[in-house]
Design a protein around this ligand. Structure first.
Ligand SMILES: [Zn+2]
Length: 354
């Protein structure tokens, strides 16, 4: 039985260190292309008009004085992320010059070019253009998230991200929330299932008066409701995905536990198991079983951590107060699906120069 903090509603089960090391190897390749209208995506996600206006009117961050190019770094956003962020040409270019100093630590100006627009940043920590280390890039305004990478190769694989809106006061922005929820199991590294939607199924699982399989199916519907593309699909015959394991006659503590049990040859998660006992066997407990299973399905989307916000389904201090995911949690899942596998979200949000 897994030991659980007394104030924690549920405890996703840890994995052996060797499995963890193998899985954290970056996976190659961008996300598949997605075909939706860009404006519709922003509206459907409820991102504030102010943020969109910030993108369109970000004149305060433009550089009017071209830099003498010392180094250029190109990159492209993955297809789905490109549409989500409304970057029509899908490419960015970093260009900077730095005043090289004998001490080895330097600062300078950097310019990020996106869609023909130029944004001024501050560069810090470049030791030499041919031998960079710990590059810290700080935007001149608060529209973009600051970035820190170890080398140019990492920079070319690190898409610049705007500060995406979030409703919860518990996090400064959406990337910060996603980073926190990914950290406990995945070290804040973007991880994907082999495909989407994620198959979910269960054998017959009657617990007293409560049909746990039906509860899980209801939880699947709660996550899928309102989504343009379903996040889960109910099936009893899938080579990968999520399965319920009912331990009849047992009382589990915590009452529900999710385990990542198998990986594929590329290190991607292949199987998760939600373990349930007979903690919810009375008819009056059925709504709590549905809430708890919906909470576990959030973990099955790799949001492995718990939120400090009691309005979130993934609130961890007590059983969830809601059965459906919050808008923040839906946004976090959609962002995660669009980010490239292997991306370390620790690279973002470094706003202060040393
Ligand atoms: Zn949990």
């Amino acid at each position: 039985m897994v030991q659980t903090p007394a104030n924690s509603f549920c405890a996703p089960v840890p994995e052996p260190a060797t499995e963890r090391a193998r899985r954290l190897q970056p996976a190659a390749g961008p996300l598949p292309q997605a075909g939706r209208t860009m404006l519709g995506r922003w509206i459907s996600l409820g991102l504030p008009t102010a943020l969109l206006a910030g993108w369109l009117l970000a004149g305060c961050s433009r550089s009017d004085s071209p830099l003498e190019p010392v180094a250029d770094t190109f990159g492209t956003w993955p297809g789905g992320l490109k549409e989500w962020l409304q970057v029509s040409d899908g490419a960015w270019l970093w260009r900077w010059s730095a005043d090289l100093e004998p001490a080895g630590r330097h600062t300078g100006s950097a310019v990020l070019s996106v869609r023909g627009e130029r944004y001024r940043w501050r560069l810090n920590g470049i030791t030499a253009v041919s031998d960079p280390a710990d590059l810290r890039l700080t935007p001149a305004d608060t529209f973009w998230l600051g970035m820190q990478v170890a080398d140019l190769a990492a920079l070319s694989a690190t898409p610049p991200l705007p500060r995406l809106a979030i409703d919860s006061p518990a996090y400064p922005d959406l990337v910060a929330m996603l980073r926190d929820l990914l950290t406990p199991r995945f070290d804040a590294v973007v991880t994907h299932w082999p495909g989407s939607p994620v198959p979910v199924g269960s054998p017959p699982a009657q617990s007293g008066d409560v049909d746990l399989a039906a509860c899980l199916r209801e939880a699947v519907t709660l996550w899928n409701t309102g989504e343009t593309e379903p996040l889960f699909v109910w099936t009893d015959d899938a080579a990968w995905g999520v399965r319920l394991a009912h331990y009849a006659g047992s009382l589990l503590r915590p009452p529900l536990q999710v385990q990542l049990t198998r990986y594929d040859a590329d290190g991607r998660p292949l199987r998760m198991r939600i373990a349930a006992g007979d903690n919810y066997s009375r008819a009056s407990a059925r709504p709590y079983a549905v809430r708890g299973l919906a909470h576990e399905l959030g973990h099955c989307l790799f949001l492995w951590g718990h939120s400090p916000d009691r309005t979130h389904l993934l609130w961890g201090a007590a059983p969830p107060l809601r059965a459906d995911p919050s808008l923040d949690e839906r946004r976090a899942v959609r962002l995660l699906q669009r980010l490239p596998a292997g991306l370390d979200l620790h690279r973002y949000g470094c706003e202060t120069d040393p």
